[in-house]
Design a protein around this ligand. Structure first.
Ligand SMILES: O=P(O)(O)OC[C@H]1O[C@H](OP(=O)(O)OP(=O)(O)O)[C@H](O)[C@@H]1O
Ligand SMILES: O=c1cc[nH]c(=O)[nH]1
Ligand SMILES: [Mg+2]
Length: 206
């Protein structure tokens, strides 16, 4: 399932990020804010479990979140989405998946992985601003599946049709959430119109 989260605040903030003159500080801040807004939409269907509590007035039958949520940022750029989501769901556990895309072959390479023990039982949200060829996302999904994860959502800011198709083909069980579905990839594998290299813009490495 692909869902493009169309919301005026998300669109406005993404436009600020796309502008080439936007510097590191504003790029990071807008990414942070969009990640929070996306998390609000994506968590609408989270399972709740019944609890009985005491209010100052009387006994109350109500609900709390029933499942642990595991956030999986794909390093580096995915780190830029962690704070915004943590602000909304402070109890999330955080895994880390280190992947970089070879600039020539566009193939993903793994350099780090670390997971909470309960990942197999949680609702897993893999986050990365960019879904280009889909190679990195598919590799991250395979990595969390190897840890036993079953309930997996992929949350990206900007996606290319090629990346969406790759994830849908290899992992039809994974729901994909985007803030925008762009036109295509260029000859270097960059998303068009896109926003450039997300990692470099977040961390100021270019
Ligand atoms: O869909 P794909 O074709 O795999 O491309 C997308 C990946 O490329 C970027 O990471 P990059 O390799 O630049 O690493 P970085 O986050 O460390 O900059 C981006 O953050 C994704 O992880
Ligand atoms: O457009 C793109 C494609 C891959 N990675 C990025 O950071 N940007
Ligand atoms: Mg990069």
């Amino acid at each position: 399932m692909l869902k493009v989260l169309e919301h005026p605040l998300i669109t406005h903030k993404l436009t600020q990020m796309r502008k080439k003159e936007t510097g590191t500080k504003d790029f990071r801040q807008n990414l942070d804010e969009i990640a929070g807004l996306m998390a609000y939409e994506i968590t609408r269907d989270l399972p709740l479990e019944p609890v009985q509590i005491e209010t100052p007035v009387q006994t109350c039958n109500t609900f709390t979140l029933g499942k642990e949520i595991v956030l999986v940022p794909i390093l580096r750029a995915g780190l830029g989405m962690v704070n915004g989501i943590c602000n909304l769901i402070p109890t999330v556990k955080i895994a880390h998946v280190g992947l970089y895309r070879d600039e020539e072959t566009l193939e993903p390479h793994t350099y780090f992985e670390k997971y909470p023990k309960t990942i197999h039982d949680g609702i897993v949200m893999i986050v990365d601003p960019m879904l280009a060829t889909g190679g990195s996302a598919c590799a991250a999904i395979e990595m969390v599946k190897r840890q036993g994860a079953k309930n997996i959502r992929l949350v990206c800011l900007v996606g290319a049709p090629e990346g969406v198709a790759a994830v849908e083909k290899e992992h039809p069980d994974v729901d994909i959430y985007l803030a925008a579905l762009d036109e295509k990839l260029n000859e270097k594998g960059y998303i068009v119109p896109g926003l450039g290299d997300a990692g470099d813009r977040i961390f100021g490495t270019k």
